[in-house]
Design a protein around this ligand. Structure first.
Ligand code: PMV
Length: 311
């Protein structure tokens, strides 16, 4: 029996605007993972332990309306190999529909597990493309940032359709992540921003370009290790996302609670309308910010430290 695993991700800056060609920055969350365990057997089968889904091989051959079946199908096709006689069990710590990239993480873990079971190399660039294709089928018009940060498991400065770049983090970032407990489909939020953009471009375009400019300021502040500035830019990013109608009362309450408890800055992260927010904190303030978030209604909190090469 052996296993492979893939991380969750958070978007530090630039969600939504990234769909329109502006830059965004995201980091992996290595403590929250999807694990795919491979057990030899008589036939190919995928078991998603969190949902209880069991996907037999005939469903994979047809890739019938199911993201796991479609991912297995396209991976086998890419590797040009028949399905191996193994059971792949998927288990994820990542809350679904919460802006943490659970879908991309599960697809990436499955692709890697299939390649491992076949003892065939699968380059990150190919896996990234395969996962992106699944994201497109099931999540509308994704920018590709989720699959990129998850497959490479590195912080990325990302512009749609361009080669992702690493970025410098001079001082480690201590982030408290808090879940509103409200599931929210990114596809719907992205569609609503699209409608706002089409109906009222003179309102929407300056917000999107404002987010784009702020991402570049954040990149510079991260490289300088100016965490006070990074926090202030997170606050600004949240304000712009609110104007895009992407926040929610629960997100605003958590953002406010984190700031009042001493966070350097806070914002929603990911698709918004629910899901998670992130707060940048001094290491000594983790507990007070975490307690304030729980008191303000967070259903789960996680702490992660993001540094240059390792997260
Ligand atoms: O909600 P998530 O974690 O899938 O993040 C979505 C990020 C968006 O910018 C809103 C959409 C995208 O495809 O980049």
């Amino acid at each position: 029996m052996n296993s492979v695993s893939t991380p969750a991700k958070i978007i530090l800056f630039g969600e939504h605007a990234v769909v329109y060609g502006y830059p965004a920055m995201a980091v992996p969350v290595s403590a929250l993972r999807t694990t795919a365990t491979i057990t030899p057997g008589t036939h190919f089968e995928i078991i998603a332990e969190d949902t209880g889904e069991v996907i037999p091989s005939h469903q994979i051959q047809l890739a019938l309306d199911n993201a796991l079946a479609a991912m297995a199908h396209t991976t086998l096709k890419w590797l040009n190999r028949p399905a191996p006689p193994v059971t792949i069990r998927l288990r994820s710590d990542i809350p679904p529909a919460a802006g943490l990239g659970s879908g991309a993480s599960v697809s990436a873990a499955l692709g890697r597990a299939i390649a491992q079971a076949l003892n065939t190399p699968l380059e990150n660039s190919a896996l990234n493309q395969l996962v992106y294709n699944i994201e497109k089928m099931y999540h509308g018009t994704p920018s590709g940032i989720d699959n990129t940060v998850i497959v490479y498991e590195q912080p990325v400065y990302f512009i749609r359709d361009q080669q992702p770049e690493p970025f410098n983090i001079r001082s480690p970032l201590t982030l408290v992540i808090a879940n509103t407990g409200q599931q929210s489909l990114t596809k719907i939020a992205v569609g609503d921003v699209r409608r706002l953009y089409e109906d009222d471009p003179s309102y929407t375009k300056p917000i999107l370009s404002g987010i784009g400019a702020l991402v570049d300021h954040a990149k510079a502040a991260l490289a300088e290790g100016d965490l006070v500035r990074v926090g202030a830019l997170m606050d600004e990013n949240h304000a712009l996302l609110r104007r895009l109608t992407i926040s929610s009362d629960a997100l605003d309450q958590l953002v406010e609670a984190a700031r009042s408890a001493g966070a350097l800055g806070a914002k929603l992260s990911g698709g918004g309308r629910g899901g998670n927010m992130i707060a940048l904190v001094e290491p000594s303030a983790v507990e007070q910010v975490r307690s304030a978030l729980v008191a303000a209604g967070a259903t789960q909190t996680f702490t992660t430290v993001v540094s240059q090469m390792d997260t």
